[in-house]
Design a protein around this ligand. Structure first.
Ligand code: CA
Length: 237
């Protein structure tokens, strides 16, 4: 199997700086193991940028399974906050995927960034949001449509960097040729719902770069109130 990807991270239309971080930072293709990740930082005094960058730097430097990399990233952000009191309270989401040319996709995940699979025209969210509204939906107290406008929709129940221990969710699937994987921050999913995301990912003759651009444009056209990060990966034989 080989992987072709495109990666974008943009400030959006409202904020004046970008607290998201993404890996890789350039488009490419490979027939070797591919590591990709999205981190969406939070916290004042530049804390969000430091948290997301520190998490990614660490997760991409250590080896091992995605969940272990996320644990290492958490400790690194906790450490960085302790050393720089101005950054106390900073945190970040982290969704990291390893794609093996043998066909395995493994994910480590904390927060409300997301991984999606488009297979045979059907979009499936692979990760579960660690957010207040996701818990309400799971409990049957809120519909996904109501969650889109809920005043507390950005409140996280789990994040990287706040505590030395963190519970990391792991997911694994077996890839098929023709699969398309999307990783993104909530700057996309808070602006564009799954229907339009699926439509953009499903377009004919739209390689990863054009697809990633179209997703960012859709988020900006819908208001662009948050930083927008997307990685689109095509899986081929
Ligand atoms: Ca965000």
């Amino acid at each position: 199997m080989n992987f072709a990807w495109a990666t974008r991270t943009e400030v959006g239309r409202v904020r004046d700086h970008n607290e998201d971080s993404v890996w890789p930072t350039t488009d490419g293709s490979t027939d070797e193991v591919l590591a990709v990740a999205v981190a969406d930082g939070m916290g004042g005094h530049a804390g969000g940028e430091v948290a997301s960058a520190t998490a990614l730097d660490t997760a991409m430097t250590v080896s091992g399974e995605p969940a272990m990399r996320v644990v290492a990233a958490n400790l690194a952000v906790v450490d960085a906050a302790r050393q720089r009191p101005r950054l106390a309270g900073m945190g970040t989401t982290l969704t990291l995927a390893l794609l093996d040319p043998d066909g395995d996709l493994d994910i480590g995940h904390v927060g409300d960034s997301r991984a999606y699979l488009l297979r045979a025209g059907t979009l499936q969210q692979l990760t579960r949001d660690h957010s207040y509204v996701a818990d309400l939906i799971a409990a049957g107290k809120l519909t996904p449509e109501e969650a889109e406008t809920h005043p507390y929709r950005s409140v996280l129940t789990r994040a990287i960097g706040l505590d030395p221990t963190v519970e990391v969710d792991s997911y694994g699937i077996v890839l098929q040729s023709g699969d398309r994987i999307l990783l993104c921050s909530d700057g996309l999913t808070s602006m564009v719902s799954d229907g339009p995301i699926s439509e953009i990912l499903s377009r004919e003759d739209s390689p990863p770069a054009a697809t990633a651009d179209a997703l960012v444009t859709a988020a900006n056209d819908a208001g662009g109130i948050d930083n927008i990060t997307v990685i689109v990966i095509d899986v081929a034989e």
